[in-house]
Design a protein around this ligand. Structure first.
Ligand SMILES: Cc1cc2nc3c(=O)[nH]c(=O)nc-3n(C[C@H](O)[C@H](O)[C@H](O)COP(=O)(O)OP(=O)(O)OC[C@H]3O[C@@H](n4cnc5c(N)ncnc54)[C@H](O)[C@@H]3O)c2cc1C
Ligand SMILES: NC(=O)c1ccc[n+]([C@@H]2O[C@H](COP(=O)([O-])OP(=O)(O)OC[C@H]3O[C@@H](n4cnc5c(N)ncnc54)[C@H](OP(=O)(O)O)[C@@H]3O)[C@@H](O)[C@H]2O)c1
Length: 472
C-alpha cells in the first residue's frame, strides 16, 4: 500500500449493517477509503425490503439514509453477485485491503419436535419472504384454506406474521405486499391466529408499539384470557424492564376488553410449548399439542419454562414457527456453529484457535446473532469500523495482490454477466414505484430475478398496463 493509494474495502451484503458500515467508513475523517458493496440480489436493503412488514412503510424510509451513502463518490454497488457463487473469500482477499461480512441471518431455527415437517408447518422466515416478494420464496405455496393458524414464539416476527394473516383487504391493498401474496391473503379463510409463548407476558420479546398496534387493527379482536395472563404473572420477574412492564399493562387492557364482533381474532396465549404437530393422516398438519408450563428461576435468577406435564391440543391447518432466525456459514470463513455467527471478537474475524484473520471483519446479524432492530446495527457497525480504522493505523490490514478498482470490475464482469449497478437498481426502483402509483401503493415489487435484470438494463419500458390494484 502506498501512502497516496486509497484503502479499498469490500462490504458483503446491503442490509442495514452493511450500509451503516459503509457510511461510517466513507465519513471517517482524513481517510481515503473506497467501498465496494457486493449483494447477492439485484435489489439492496436486506431485511428492510424483505423482512420489515409491508404495513410498516415508515420504517422502510430509513433507506433514505442508505441512499445518501450510495451516492458517495467513493462508493460502488455490485448487485446480483453472491459470495460463494460468483466470488469466493480468496477473490476478495486478492483485491481488497479489508472485507466486511454483513450477510445477515437468513436461515431458520427448527423446533425439533415430531411433525415439524408436515405440510402446513412452516418457518416464519419463509412466510415473511413470501409476502415480501423475496425471489427465493416467491414460488412457495401457502395453503390458507384453514380457519385457524398457530404462530409459535413471542417476538416481533410472531406479531408481524399474525398481523399479516389478519389485516383487512383494505389495509393490505395500501401496502407493497407482493402481488402473489396479496392474492393469496385476500382469498384466505384464516379467521383466528393463536400466538403461543412458552414463557409469560413479562418475558415476551414484543416491543410496545407492535403489541399496541394489534388493538388498532381494523377488523381484528385481540383476545387474552385474564386468568391465564395472571397465572403467568404469578412468579415475579426481577429482570422486568419498562418495555415488559408496559407490555403487561397493554395485555391486561386486552384481557379486560369485550370482543367487538370483528371478523378476525388474534389470540395471545402464554406458558405453552409445542410438543408435537398432529398429522391429519395425509401428511398435513391438523393441530398442535401444547405442553403447559410453569416458570421456574434458574441458578442466575432467569425465569425458564418448565413443563407441568399437562397438555392441550389446538386444531390448526397452518403452523408458523417464529422462534428466531439463524446465521449461515460463508464458504471458507470461520463460523461459530453454537451461536451461528461468523467467529469474531468485536467484529474482527478469528480462526477457531483464536488467531486473527487479518483484513476480515463481520457486522450486523452475522456478527452478533439475529436480534436487534435496524438502529442496533448502526452502533454495531461503528464498533466494527472502529476496529478497521484502528487496524489501518496499526498497519494491521491485509495486503492484497491487485488492489486497484479496475481489476475488481474486470473480475466481477468475468464472473457475473449480469452485474447490477446502483443505477440499475434505481431503474428497478423507479419501475416498481410507477407500477404502484396508480393504486396508491408505495410500489409493486418485482420478484423474478430475470425480470429485474431486464429492467435494470433498461430493456423494458416502465409503462406496462395496470389494473386498479397495480396487479399485473
Ligand atoms: C421479519 C422481520 C421484520 C423486521 N422488522 C423490523 C422493523 O419493523 N423495525 C426494525 O427496526 N427492525 C426490524 N427487523 C430487524 C432488522 O431487519 C435487522 O436488525 C436488520 O435487517 C439486520 O441487518 P443485517 O444487515 O445484519 O442483515 P440483513 O438485513 O439480512 O442484510 C443482509 C444482506 O446480505 C445479503 N447477502 C446474504 N448472503 C450474501 C452473500 N453470500 N453474498 C452477497 N450478499 C449476501 C442479503 O441478500 C441481504 O441483503 C426485522 C427483522 C425481521 C426478520
Ligand atoms: N417491528 C419491529 O421493530 C420488528 C419486527 C420484527 C422483528 N424485529 C426484531 O428482529 C429481531 C428478531 O425477532 P424474532 O421475533 O425473530 O426473534 P426474538 O425477538 O428473539 O423472539 C423469538 C421468540 O421465540 C421464542 N422461542 C425461541 N425458541 C423457542 C422454542 N424452542 N419454543 C418456543 N418458543 C421459542 C422466544 O422465547 P424465549 O424468550 O422463551 O426464548 C421468543 O419469544 C428482534 O430483535 C426483533 O425485535 C423488530
Amino acid at each position: 500500500m502506498t501512502d497516496d493509494a486509497p484503502i479499498r474495502i469490500a462490504v458483503i451484503g446491503s442490509g442495514p449493517a452493511g450500509f451503516y458500515a459503509a457510511g461510517h467508513l466513507l465519513s471517517a475523517k482524513d481517510r481515503d477509503i473506497e467501498v465496494d458493496m457486493i449483494e447477492r440480489l439485484p435489489t439492496p436493503w436486506g431485511l428492510v425490503r424483505s423482512g420489515v412488514a409491508p404495513d410498516h412503510p415508515k420504517i422502510k424510509s430509513v433507506t433514505r439514509v442508505y441512499e445518501k451513502t450510495a451516492a458517495h463518490a467513493r462508493f460502488r454497488y455490485y448487485g446480483n453477485v453472491e459470495l460463494g457463487r460468483d466470488v469466493d473469500r480468496e477473490d476478495l482477499l486478492a483485491h481488497y485491503h479489508a472485507v466486511i461480512y454483513a450477510t445477515g441471518a437468513p436461515g431458520d431455527r427448527p423446533l425439533g419436535i415430531p411433525g415439524e415437517d408436515l405440510r402446513g408447518s412452516w418457518p416464519a422466515t419463509d412466510f415473511v419472504g413470501w409476502y415480501n416478494g423475496h425471489p427465493d420464496n416467491r414460488d412457495l405455496d401457502f395453503d390458507l384454506s384453514c380457519e385457524r393458524a398457530v404462530v409459535i414464539g413471542n417476538g416481533n416476527v410472531a406479531l408481524d406474521v399474525a398481523r399479516m394473516l389478519t389485516l383487512s383487504h383494505r389495509e393490505l391493498r395500501l401496502t407493497d405486499t407482493a402481488n402473489h401474496a396479496l392474492e393469496g391473503l385476500e382469498g384466505s379463510a384464516v379467521s383466528e391466529v393463536v400466538v403461543v409463548g412458552r414463557r409469560g407476558p413479562a418475558q415476551a420479546a414484543f416491543t410496545n408499539p407492535e403489541l399496541l398496534e394489534l388493538g388498532e387493527m381494523e377488523d381484528v379482536d385481540v383476545i387474552v384470557d385474564a386468568q391465564e395472563l395472571e397465572r403467568a404473572l404469578q412468579v415475579p420477574d426481577e429482570s422486568m424492564d419498562p418495555t415488559a412492564e408496559r407490555n403487561v399493562k397493554v395485555l391486561r387492557q386486552y384481557a379486560a376488553r369485550a370482543p367487538r364482533g370483528r371478523s378476525r381474532r388474534i389470540v395471545l396465549r402464554f406458558l405453552l410449548s409445542p410438543a408435537e404437530l398432529v398429522d391429519d393422516g395425509q401428511g398435513a398438519v391438523s393441530g398442535v399439542v401444547l405442553q403447559r408450563n410453569e416458570l421456574v428461576a434458574d441458578e442466575r435468577g432467569m425465569l425458564r419454562a418448565q413443563t407441568t406435564g399437562q397438555t392441550e391440543t389446538l386444531s390448526a391447518g397452518l403452523v408458523l414457527r417464529a422462534i428466531g432466525y439463524r446465521g449461515r456459514p460463508l464458504p471458507g470463513v470461520p463460523f461459530d456453529e453454537s451461536r451461528a455467527v461468523i467467529a469474531n471478537e468485536g467484529g474482527r474475524v478469528v480462526d477457531p484457535d483464536g488467531t486473527r484473520c487479518r483484513g476480515e471483519y463481520a457486522v450486523g446479524w452475522i456478527k452478533r446473532g439475529p436480534t436487534g432492530v435496524i438502529g442496533t446495527n448502526k452502533k454495531d457497525a461503528q464498533e466494527t469500523v472502529d476496529a478497521v480504522l484502528a487496524d489501518i493505523d496499526a498497519g494491521m490490514l491485509h495486503e492484497p495482490e491487485s488492489p486497484d478498482a479496475d481489476s475488481v470490475q474486470e473480475m466481477l464482469e468475468q464472473r457475473q454477466g449480469d452485474l447490477v449497478s446502483y443505477e440499475g437498481w434505481s431503474e428497478i426502483d423507479r419501475h416498481e414505484r410507477a407500477l404502484g402509483e396508480p393504486a396508491g401503493r408505495p410500489r409493486v415489487k418485482l420478484t423474478d430475478i430475470e425480470q429485474m435484470l431486464r429492467i435494470a438494463a433498461a430493456e423494458q419500458p416502465a409503462d406496462e398496463p395496470l389494473d386498479t390494484l397495480g396487479l399485473r
